[in-house]
Structures are given as C-alpha cells and as structure tokens.
Design a protein around this ligand. Structure first.
Ligand code: ZN
Length: 376
C-alpha cells in the first residue's frame, strides 16, 4: 500500500476507490463531513440544549400512559451506555434493548448488566438462534462478500422496531453520533444495512434454506416504520456535549463499567472482523474512517492517527491468535478452512439479488418528503 495517496487533512486514502482530492490534497470524505456538520449542527450550546429539552419533552409526552417512553439500544459500548444514563437522568423511562448474536464478549455482558442494575431499567435481550446465525455467517463467508456485520446490523434494527411497535413507542434513541461516526463509509467497504433480499439471496445460494426466526428487515418495512408509523431513530449523542474520556470516567466510577481496549471490542467477532478479516482479505482498514472522524471533530491529530495506523489494528499477536482460535472453534472451521477463506478474492454484494434499486428509489423519495421521513 506504499503507493496509496493519503488526504492531507484526514487519513482517508486511495484504498477507498472512489476518493477524490481537491487542489490542496484534501479529500471528498472529510470535506463532505465538514459541510454536513456545518449544516446540521446547532450554532451554539444553548440552541443544542434547547433542542435536547424539546426532544425529551416530546419523548415523555409520547410515553404518557405507556409502560416505557422510548427504546434505547445498548451494545455495551461507551456511546450507547451513555445514552441510557443520560436518558434516565433526564427523567425518561426507557426500555433498554440488546441483541445477542452469540459473539458478545463477557465484558460487554457484564457492562450491560451493571448499567441496567445501576439505573434500575428494564432490559430486553433478543437472543438470535445460534444455529441459524451460524449458517447465515457461513453463507456470507462462502459468498466472500465484505459486509458480514450486515447480519447483526440488520437484525438489530428489526428488533428495535419490533419492540417500539410492541409498546406503541415512537422514539428509538441510538448511540450513533455524527461528531464521532458521521463520515460516510466508502460504498465498497460495506453494504446497505436494510437489505433483507441480499441476506436471503446469499443464504439461498449457499445453503439452500430460507430465513426462519432471524429477524431481518427490508428497505420497504424500514421506510414504513419511519414514514407511516412515525418512528424516529434519534442519534442522541448529537444532542449532548460529548467528551468521550469524561463520559468513560463517569461510567467507570458510578456504574462499575470496565472499558474495552479498543473500539468494537464489545463483540469477539466484530473485533476480529474489523482488525483482521477486513484488512487482510478485503484490504480495508476501518480505522481510517474512525480516526478521520476524530480528526474532523478535533479529538485526534492527523499525526497521531498516522502513527496508530502504522501499527496492526489488532492488539498483540497472541491476542489475535486467541481470537482466531475462538472464532474457528465456534464457527466449526479447520485451520485450512480459515486460510482458504482469507485467500479467496472478494465478491461484491451486487453479485446477489439486492434491494439496491429500491433503496435508491426511497432515497429519491426521501428528498421529496424530507420532514417526516428523515430523522432529525
Ligand atoms: Zn480527507
């Protein structure tokens, strides 16, 4: 990768094949994010706080007479944990929703448990049937497509909507944060997250079965939940003054939360995928997006990002060996299966039936019906 050209402002590079640079060598990814943040962010701390109070009041009003007033999706990570703490402190009565796909680290489980205990909040955990999840993962591996996490992200959205519907709620507060996660991910680095048809097509191609209990969601049901049922998916950290280190201190000292060594360490598979499978098989280092976000929001210098990128994404070789061993045993692969998978060339998701055109039609509609359809 020594020939890769790197942006002069962030650390995105030509491994994103559609990247373009301006005359000063600054890329389209950080430029687009900076412009979008300027448009969508509140001009002052006061106006942000006013928007937060309005949102909280609307959520509480919606919850009147109901068992809960909103859903908070929790992964065990810092951002979603903080959303739950702030929501409860602000007087909301959330239902915490977690999805367990069999890959949670023990630390993530214990963090979620201490948090809901400390806050006295109800927790709904949806446990995905492991045999079905495993066979879906194996089909995705056989297909050599890049976005294995599509399975988790899609089911997570489906479960959150199910719970909102079950309790008649209209607000799902998520830990997504424009300031630290707002940069667009290059299209070749992942896939449409609401693409149920792609999940089904890949499964059919490799093990012949259809979906059984797997809670998948398609673009049209997603649009229906948002536009017709009026469910709003709120990136709640955007409404808060957000300093990750302060938040982590509070979580640690008040809720017995124990920090992870790295982003995405809530799930054993996610960390192996992000730190090893993506770079080795797909030539994608997702840290470029994470660090570029932090650079744009002033939380990391470009020099620090570059020096971190020079290190491997996983911890030590020994950590990596332990994770690979755990992964192989759980999924049922020999060493040779693992090597063969890593060596095969990637295949695009579009090689299988997908909701790509439906998605683009919905995007087109969304720009024509902006207020009800688009989150905040
Ligand atoms: Zn850039």
């Amino acid at each position: 990768m020594s020939s890769a050209r790197v942006c002069t402002r962030c650390v995105m590079d030509t491994s994103a094949s559609d990247i373009t640079f301006d005359l000063d060598g600054r890329c389209w990814y950080c430029t687009e994010l900076i412009q979008r943040l300027a448009r969508s962010h509140w001009p002052s701390a006061e106006s942000r706080e006013a928007a937060r109070r309005d949102l909280l009041a609307a959520v509480a009003r919606d919850g009147r007479g109901k068992e809960y007033d909103c859903i908070v999706g929790v992964s065990g990570g810092v951002d979603s944990s903080w959303v739950l703490v702030d929501a409860v402190r602000a007087g909301l009565r959330p239902l915490a929703v977690h999805m367990d796909n069999g890959w949670d680290s023990e630390l993530a489980q214990s963090n979620i448990a201490s948090l809901v205990r400390g806050l006295d909040v109800d927790l709904y955990t949806y446990v995905i049937d492991w045999d079905e999840y495993r066979s879906l993962m194996l089909a995705f591996f056989d297909a050599d497509v890049i976005d294995i996490e599509l399975l988790y992200d899609n089911a997570l959205a489906a479960v959150n909507f199910q719970q909102a519907r079950a309790y008649g709620l209209h607000y799902i507060l998520s830990g997504q944060n424009l300031a630290t996660e707002g940069m667009l991910i290059p299209r070749q680095w992942n896939w449409l997250k609401m693409d149920r048809r792609n999940i089904e097509a890949i499964r059919r191609a490799y093990d012949g079965g259809g979906l059984k209990s797997f809670p998948a969601i398609g673009s049209l049901s997603y649009a229906w939940h948002m536009a017709v049922r009026g469910i709003r998916w709120i990136p709640y950290p955007d409404y808060l003054e957000y300093e990750r280190s302060t938040v982590l201190n509070t979580l640690t000292s008040e809720f017995g939360y124990r920090p992870y060594r790295n982003k995405h360490y809530e799930s054993v598979f996610t960390r192996l995928y992000m730190s090893y499978i993506l770079p080795v098989k797909f030539d994608v280092d997702m840290r470029r997006v994470d660090y570029s976000n932090l650079i744009v929001s002033g939380q990391m210098t470009r020099e620090e990002a570059l020096s971190r990128l020079a290190e491997p994404a996983y911890g030590t070789d020994q950590d990596l060996a332990v994770d690979i061993e755990y992964f192989r045993k759980k999924i049922g692969w020999s060493e040779a299966d693992w090597r063969a998978y890593l060596a095969r060339p990637p295949v695009p998701h579009r090689a299988f039936a997908s909701e790509f055109s439906t998605y683009h039609l919905l995007q087109w509609l969304r720009h024509r019906i902006p207020r009800r359809f688009a989150g905040h």
